[in-house]
Design a protein around this ligand. Structure first.
Ligand SMILES: *[C@@H]1O[C@H](CO)[C@@H](O)[C@H](O)[C@H]1NC(C)=O
Ligand SMILES: *[C@@H]1O[C@H](CO)[C@@H](O)[C@H](O)[C@H]1NC(C)=O
Ligand SMILES: *[C@@H]1O[C@H](CO)[C@@H](O)[C@H](O)[C@H]1NC(C)=O
Length: 458
């Protein structure tokens, strides 16, 4: 979700909040444990670094790459829309430049088609990711899978990338409306190597004629996620369902017996009678799955366990990151600790990512700082000009993940780009934490900027 909302009156969420005494006790306990078991920060840091490099040959992921660009000199005539957005007296920022479709920096943020990643043209040898460049499927068409997520299907040993097909005209439904594209549907792409992607078509199409249907093209379908249910042998898709003004604020559920669809749309719910906008689904090692969604007008997140068939939420729900105004959650797990990357809420404009950590997925969650490393200051406070979508564990490489993000192009949403970067967990988190008297409890989450990079061989 990328707009600001007025408070919608009807819904009040009523799950309990944390008790401060337990927090204090927990903190004291954490302190004692720290003193006894944790070596000095720099030792731990060094040790986990070594482990990481030994095991993985991913040293090059952690090379810090600088990035430079110079703001073009002010011009007499600027794009009127960009001026309007900023107001006449305000200072011109790199983010204005990024959002300005006539900017001289445009090709830097949205490189030309000539520079596209194009496996079918370039052969299969290079396998380099170039964050921000166009990325072609095996037919030579730009991949349309925005706000996406990846399922690794054990049965077919194949990766499936699901995302929003935004290959239609960008428009504003009314003067105050946000930029949008009609619902075309959820696309699916398949791959064995995470680099060469075959278009498997629209697996959940938008609805043309039935105006009251949730998937009618005038509505909103965002951030589809698919997980496999081992008990029912079904592939279950969850997604954000809304109307053009983002007032429905619901989640939709669809089901299929194949990862390639077609998915049958079941229904839309308001989980726990709460508004739900940006969301993700996380399937744990013990087969429990969870819905994590921005709620209470995006001021907090809720975590809820799904029923065993993954088709509904249970009554179990916790409110987390209360008052922190986070969206675009992407959850992953490393060594029994849960991590989450989120963005702030600034419409289509990029903002600073935050990493969060928790021992239980139901919380308490703690915010452990901005994970972005490299590039330059502006890159780091804009998540490399992108917004989190999903985090993919790299199979066979413990502690290494791919951070998937969207570089939205609000003037032409179909041309939004993908920013994939290596994410590692290791070392000591460097931001002071809420409840631990300054002791580092969590490992550091790092997303490293690279102009080009590739996965370790094998
Ligand atoms: C690249 O690999 C894919 C399978 O991953 C194969 O279908 C395709 O033919 C290969 N292309 C080239 C140019 O080698
Ligand atoms: C249109 O969609 C609504 C809501 O999903 C459904 O109840 C209704 O039966 C549909 N109408 C037709 C003609 O398919
Ligand atoms: C969205 O809001 C606009 C202006 O407030 C209104 O004209 C329009 O009917 C609304 N659309 C929907 C689908 O609610």
């Amino acid at each position: 979700m990328r707009i600001k909302y007025r408070k919608s009156s009807a819904f009040h969420c009523n799950a309990g909040s944390r008790c401060s005494i337990s927090v204090v006790l927990w903190s004291i306990l954490a302190c004692i444990l720290m003193i006894h078991f944790i070596p000095l920060p720099h030792q731990k840091n060094e040790e986990s670094r070594l482990r990481l490099c030994d095991r993985l040959c991913t040293r090059e992921f952690e090379v810090v790459e600088e990035e430079n660009f110079r703001l073009p000199p002010p011009r007499g005539k600027r794009n009127p829309r960009a001026v309007k957005r900023r107001g006449p007296g305000k200072q011109h920022t790199v983010i204005d430049e990024f959002l300005d479709e006539s900017s001289d920096l445009r090709p830097f943020f949205f490189p030309d088609q000539k520079l596209a990643i194009w496996p079918a043209r370039d052969g299969n040898d290079s396998k380099y990711f170039y964050p921000g460049r166009l990325w072609m499927d095996t037919d030579g068409n730009p991949i349309q899978a925005h706000g996406g997520a990846i399922l690794f299907d054990e049965r077919t040993e194949t990766y499936y990338w699901y995302g929003e097909n935004k290959d239609g005209p960008t428009y504003h439904a009314h003067p105050k409306g946000t930029a949008r594209v009609d619902v075309i549907g959820v696309n699916c792409y398949s791959s064995k190597d995470l680099w060469t992607w075959k278009n498997e078509g629209v697996v959940l199409p938008g609805v043309e004629s039935n105006f009251t249907h949730d998937l009618h093209r005038s509505n909103v379908l965002e951030r589809p996620k698919v997980i496999y249910n081992d008990k029912t042998s079904n592939y279950v898709m969850w997604m954000h369902i809304d109307d053009a003004n983002y007032t429905k604020a619901s989640v939709g559920v669809a089901i299929s017996d194949s990862p390639l669809g077609p998915f049958t749309y079941l229904r839309r719910i308001r989980p726990h009678s709460c508004d739900s906008r940006d969301m993700t689904i996380f399937k744990d090692d013990d087969q429990n799955a969870y819905l994590i969604y921005s709620s209470d007008d995006n001021s907090e997140l809720h975590v809820s366990r799904l029923t065993d068939d993954y088709l509904d939420v249970t009554r179990e729900m916790q409110r987390i990151l209360i008052g922190q105004h986070r969206e675009a959650p992407a959850v992953f797990k490393h060594k029994a600790t849960y991590y989450m990357i989120t963005s702030g809420c600034t419409g289509w404009a990029p903002n600073r990512a935050m990493a969060h950590a928790a021992e239980s997925i139901m919380g308490p969650w703690e915010t452990i700082g901005n994970p972005c490393i490299g590039g330059n200051r502006v890159f780091r406070v804009t998540t490399f000009f992108s917004q989190s979508a999903f985090v993919v564990p790299l199979r066979g490489h413990s502690g290494v993940f791919i951070f998937m993000a969207d570089r939205w192009n609000p003037s032409e949403l179909r041309d939004s780009r993908y920013v994939w970067l290596p994410l590692t967990v290791g070392g000591v988190a460097d931001e002071p934490l809420e409840y631990n008297f300054g002791f580092p409890v969590w490992s550091k989450v790092s997303i490293f900027w690279h102009r080009r990079w590739r996965l370790p061989v094998g």
